[in-house]
Write a protein that binds this ligand. Structure first.
Ligand SMILES: [Zn+2]
Length: 151
């Protein structure tokens, strides 16, 4: 896979932050450019946990696509969260971390789907496991498909 910007070749999608944009090139973008590059707007509208999309028919199934992120909790965050555990309630520090991690896995899955030529992802699921103490893996997967407006 090549980065469209620097034209370097990378072994897998996990070296990319956005479709056709490697980690290095991505880091050099401004915040606005990052947001824009990261969100494949067209495909975002066509993602679902169901296996059909209203108003569209599936013309081709391209198989399972996934995105994986592995994150460790920072020591600082862990201490903060431990304090919150004592207080009780929703542990905001971990909620934020999980949310970010899932978002990344989701975006990566979408990039993967687009790369296969899909324009929608159906049957989306998340799964998370603790790889080791304090290190979590989040996987987001679904079936990449090509859809057409039903009509
Ligand atoms: Zn690059």
């Amino acid at each position: 896979m090549r980065c469209h910007r620097c034209n370097k070749d990378f072994p897998s999608i996990y070296y990319f932050q956005a479709p056709g944009l490697c980690n290095e090139c991505f880091d050099r973008l401004s915040d606005d450019e990052k947001t824009a590059a990261r969100r494949p707007a067209a495909i975002h509208a066509l993602t679902t946990t169901a296996f059909t999309i209203d108003g569209y028919k599936i013309v081709k199934s391209l198989g399972i696509v996934r995105g994986i992120t592995v994150r460790s909790r920072s020591l600082f965050g862990t201490i903060g969260a431990s304090l919150q555990t004592i207080v009780g309630g929703n542990i905001a520090l971990f909620t934020d971390l999980c949310e970010q991690t899932r978002e990344e896995a989701f975006e990566m899955m979408l990039a993967h789907a687009q790369e296969r030529g899909g324009n929608a992802v159906i049957g989306i699921r998340y799964d998370a496991t603790e790889v080791m103490q304090g290190v979590n893996e989040v996987i987001c997967y679904g079936t990449a498909v090509i859809v057409e407006p039903a009509g």
